[in-house]
Design a protein around this ligand. Structure first.
Ligand code: 5GP
Length: 147
């Protein structure tokens, strides 16, 4: 898959958005959905995706949609830092297979990082569902307590 092509409505994030595939949702508003990555590079790895846009990547995304995504990335990064207390946070976004993109519905990664802990390999190593459920509950609770 390259930078160029048609949007595939059967991609996994489209299925999640339509409720046809499960996800560990942590936040949703009119514009965006955020959920845990099931092949996380670290504890609390979150993905933020737009709900209505069919942009595959940064070249295609509408500026207002990108703005809504970034506002949510900042908000959720604050929540993750408050709740999980990482030493750092990586924000990542990949465009095209050679850059590491594997799902062709634009998304932004929030990857908490801890001193002395290597990040996992991108898109590999499925997390324990029980651990994801616990993380989801902690982050949802923290978001609702902030309001
Ligand atoms: P990309 O490689 O396109 O930047 O990121 C796609 C991300 O989606 C990867 O980090 C991968 O682990 C994640 N991913 C792939 N399949 C699923 C899935 O079924 N559910 C969730 N929550 N994440 C997924």
């Amino acid at each position: 898959m390259s930078l160029y092509g048609d949007y595939d409505p059967q991609n996994i994030f489209a299925l999640i958005l339509r409720g046809e595939a499960p996800s560990y949702k942590i936040y949703e508003d009119a514009d965006v959905l955020a959920f845990l990555d099931v092949f996380p590079q670290s504890r609390g790895h979150v993905l933020v995706i737009p709900k209505a846009s069919q942009a595959r990547n940064i070249l295609e995304v509408e500026p207002a949609v990108l703005g809504a995504m970034m506002a949510t990335v900042q908000r959720l990064t604050r929540v993750i830092v408050d709740e999980l207390k990482p030493d750092g946070v990586q924000i990542a976004q990949f465009n095209g297979a050679p850059a590491g993109q594997t799902v062709y519905h634009i998304h932004i990664h929030i990857i908490p990082r801890w001193e002395g802990e290597e990040a996992g390999v991108h898109g590999r190593g499925k997390a324990d569902p029980e651990e994801l459920k616990l993380l989801q509950a902690r982050l949802v609770e923290r978001i609702s307590s902030i309001g």
